[in-house]
Design a protein around this ligand. Structure first.
Ligand SMILES: *Cc1c(COP(=O)(O)O)cnc(C)c1O
Length: 465
């Protein structure tokens, strides 16, 4: 399988080149040249595969430059760190099926992709006798999942900036108690935006970027999307185990459009009608809901909510879907993205019919998030985290008689205990591994939000080729 850029400015590259490139060199996003189709017979033959076996079947259709035995080994190792034997189990509550994606080491769904990406980076770097210094800014969740993805790995150091005392105590502990020698937590005195601006500026210092082989770990990496396609297909097989050929919907709490884009890929791979609709769920930051409803993709200001991992306006993966919406035309995609960069808005009203063939969208207000957590707990005795509740809210509004809805559960409720307690009056039970963090030794540098200082720190502690 070869990979191309949404903006058409690079010649086709291999899977491993796409993984190492991250963002395409022409500023676009990388996509497989074609989306492989899975016939009904093949699909039926996957019934009964374990999660890692299925992951191999799905991923190997997009990867032809890693030997099968190595790919199997990478996949097995990535999902052995999950606490549940099914890796991503489905919990049935009537017509709604909660897809628990939080059984990895940091109790959030980003582990599904980052456990794999960490192993993949290590494998590729060893093979090419190269090193990588990963640098990123986090507002909480992504940082810890990235750190757990690469802790203790050879040939990779990771530097994660978080805003000092502006992440939750649990999130801070999850990051700073990882004391492996290749992990560097930097608490900057400033905001998340300050951290992100510093990271951006460092990546734009091309000499420095080259000299230190800087790597990014954000959700634009194709390997992250690919790893997420697997659990959609896993859920379809699970639902169809009892009811063959049953169509189903997926409700997806959405921020950067990464997770739901993986659902879009799964929808196009599977036999027609397996996935009926993708229910796009956003919080008060509703740019994507407006896009689906009216073709209006226009920036608002970011508002802080109880589902902070979805407090995003410009969604970094949106361009991938836009490319398909514009008939896989890189020139039109480039023009649209230029226009968006200049004006902060795109009018895609003429594409509304096509958008609505794939998506239905709903935004949840803060009150609706709380009342969804409360009502679901009352009815089922099951506790939703606020991100999952945004998705369940959409599912409850749009569910149709006889069509199961799989609701992606993206975080363990104990990670957002304050909101949960506000909704149901009691705090969610803390998993022992999270509770144990408080007593562990920790390591973190406190630094001014000054790009020069951070770069000096990387010079001092970075790996050299
Ligand atoms: C990152 C994240 C999301 C949003 O996922 P996207 O791929 O950005 O749409 C939702 N919930 C949680 C808990 C997350 O960490």
């Amino acid at each position: 399988m070869q990979y191309i850029s949404t903006r058409g400015g690079i010649s086709p590259i291999s899977f491993t080149e796409a993984v190492m490139m991250g963002l395409a060199e022409d500023g676009g996003l990388l996509l497989p040249r074609t989306i492989p189709r899975i016939g009904s017979e093949t699909f039926a033959s996957w019934q009964g595969l374990s999660y890692p076996e299925l992951a191999f079947e799905v991923m190997s259709r997009f990867i032809d430059d890693i030997p099968n035995s190595d790919l199997r080994e990478l996949i097995n190792r990535s999902y052995a760190t999950f606490e549940h034997p099914e890796v991503t189990p489905l919990i049935h509550h009537g017509n709604l099926h909660i897809l628990e994606l939080f059984h990895g080491p940091t109790f959030a769904f980003k582990d599904v992709a980052l456990q794999f990406l960490g192993n993949l980076f290590e494998y590729l770097l060893k093979k090419n006798n190269a090193v990588m210094n990963i640098i990123g800014a986090t507002s909480g969740d992504t940082g810890s999942a990235a750190i757990y993805g690469v802790r203790g790995k050879e040939k990779i150091n990771i530097f994660i900036l978080h805003p000092h005392k502006r992440v939750s105590p649990i999130q801070e502990l999850q990051m700073t108690t990882v004391t492996d020698s290749n992990v560097f937590n930097i608490a900057i005195s400033g905001t998340f935006d300050d951290g992100q601006a510093i990271v951006k500026a460092i990546f734009n210092d091309i000499d420095f970027k080259k000299q230190y082989s800087l790597g990014a770990i954000n959700s634009i990496n194709w390997a992250r999307i690919l790893a997420q396609v697997v659990y959609y297909i896993h859920s379809c097989l699970h639902i169809q185990r009892h009811e063959h050929d049953k169509a189903m919907d997926f409700a997806v709490p959405t921020g950067n459009f990464g997770d739901i884009f993986a659902g879009y890929i799964a929808k196009r791979m599977l036999p027609e009608g397996t996935i009926r609709k993708l229910l796009l769920a956003s919080n008060t930051n509703d740019i994507l809901t407006r896009f689906v409803a009216h073709g209006d993709y226009s920036l608002g200001t970011v508002v802080a909510t109880s589902s902070p991992s979805m407090d995003i306006q410009a969604a970094s993966n949106f361009e991938r879907y836009l490319y398909y919406l514009l008939d896989e035309n890189p020139t039109r995609t480039q023009e649209a993205m230029n226009q968006f960069a200049e004006t902060g808005r795109l009018d895609l009203a003429s594409s509304c019919d096509q958008i609505k063939r794939d998506f239905i969208a709903t935004a949840a207000s803060e009150d609706e998030v709380l009342s969804t957590i409360q009502a679901f707990y009352k009815e089922h005795g099951y506790i939703l985290d606020p991100h999952t509740a945004v998705g369940v809210h959409a599912a409850l509004i749009h569910q149709q008689e006889g069509i199961p809805v799989v609701c992606l559960s993206t975080a363990h409720p104990a990670k957002f205990g304050e909101t949960v307690e506000k909704a149901i009056g009691i705090p969610p039970q803390m998993p022992p591994a999270l509770a144990a963090l408080a007593g562990k030794p920790s390591r973190c540098e406190l630094m001014d939000a000054d790009r020069k200082l951070i770069q000096d720190f990387i010079r001092q502690h970075g790996l050299h080729a």
